[in-house]
Write a protein of this length. Structure first.
Length: 327
């Protein structure tokens, strides 16, 4: 049943609310009925019968009950409104996390509607789209239907139709429609990890050295810096960036006191220049657990954490693989 069929069938009926007869006329939203039901469901009559006494086989009854349950589950019922988008220009030093907090929109929404593949790569002056509601901009793949898309994101098919002003076919999408905005849609865990990063920040502080070629501040030689340096006070707690198994605890030349944790899929993380350890070799740790404390052991110019992410031994840029939002 499509949305117009629902409206047309509703228009054919008269309702009685609190002993007052109400006739639904052309253009009246289905929401009016829902509001009446939600205010006092057992005093709403359907063609002379109380709503709760109707047969569950009745299509109108089923639709009303379905929406009532959705209302209760979501904490409120919002009538879908037109999707509006404004263009926003990135300011110097501004992050997507800051824009998310400023607009009240989820990271999923901002990443999706702008087709961003990495939450950390933004340039000053870059223009991004800001919608007036949360959701996912879904690119329609061959064989997908509106119903299958709605099921994937756990939303109502009718809402997708309303927001995108589509035709009423629920069984298949139009060939000229390449993408739809799924209001209140969210990425699944794996999609979110791919876009936001699987690793948390082990220590918040000032980044004093980035990933890549540099002149070493002590040896004054040009060398490749295989991680990032995060400055903080001596003794600041350092946390595991991801769950895993501790495979090294000890001193390692210029690294000073260091911990290495092995993770799934070939990943490992290194935490160097520590002052003290809070874990032992062979121990399994959960993401976010304190594993050590900031120090200045090894080749350092002051207390900081040298942090690395490697995959099968190859250093990767941690900056683009971490979730920088503080919880």
């Amino acid at each position: 049943m499509n949305i117009n069929m629902i409206k047309e069938k509703i228009l054919k009926y008269e309702f009685t609310a609190n002993e007052k007869k109400i006739t639904i006329i052309s253009g009246t939203l289905f929401t009016i009925i829902l509001i009446l039901v939600l205010i006092n469901p057992f005093r709403i009559d359907y063609n002379g019968k109380q709503l709760h006494s109707l047969s569950p086989d009745d299509k109108i009854y089923s639709l009303l009950i379905k929406d009532i349950e959705r209302f209760k589950g979501e904490g409120g019922y919002t009538v879908p409104s037109d999707l509006k988008i404004v263009i926003y220009k990135i300011k110097p030093g501004e992050s997507l996390w800051q824009i998310s907090r400023k607009t009240g929109l989820s990271m999923d929404t901002l990443l999706s509607i702008n087709n961003l593949k990495n939450a950390h790569i933004l340039q000053p002056g870059q223009e991004i789209r800001i919608p007036n509601k949360d959701g996912i901009l879904h690119k329609i793949e061959k064989g997908e239907t509106l119903e299958s898309i709605a099921e994937r994101y756990n939303v109502q098919t009718e809402d997708i139709i309303d927001v995108n002003e589509l035709k009423d076919e629920l069984s298949e999408t139009n060939e000229d429609v390449k993408e739809v905005f799924v209001a209140n849609g969210k990425y699944n865990l794996q999609e979110r990890i791919n876009l936001l990063g699987r690793f948390i920040v082990p220590l918040f502080g000032r980044i004093t050295a980035g990933f890549g070629w540099r002149i070493h501040p002590i040896t004054h030689r040009r060398e490749f810096h295989t991680g990032i340096d995060i400055a903080n006070y001596y003794g600041a707690p350092v946390r595991a960036a991801e769950s895993g198994k501790v495979i090294f605890v000890g001193r390692n030349r210029g690294y000073g006191k260091m911990i290495i944790i092995r993770h799934s899929n070939g990943y490992s993380t290194r935490y160097a220049h520590l002052s003290k350890y809070r874990v032992r070799y062979g121990q399994r740790v959960r993401q976010g657990r304190i594993i050590g404390y900031v120090g200045n052991t090894g080749l350092t110019t002051g207390p900081h954490l040298h942090f690395e992410i490697r995959r099968y031994g190859k250093p990767l840029n941690p900056y683009f693989m971490m979730r920088w939002a503080k919880k």
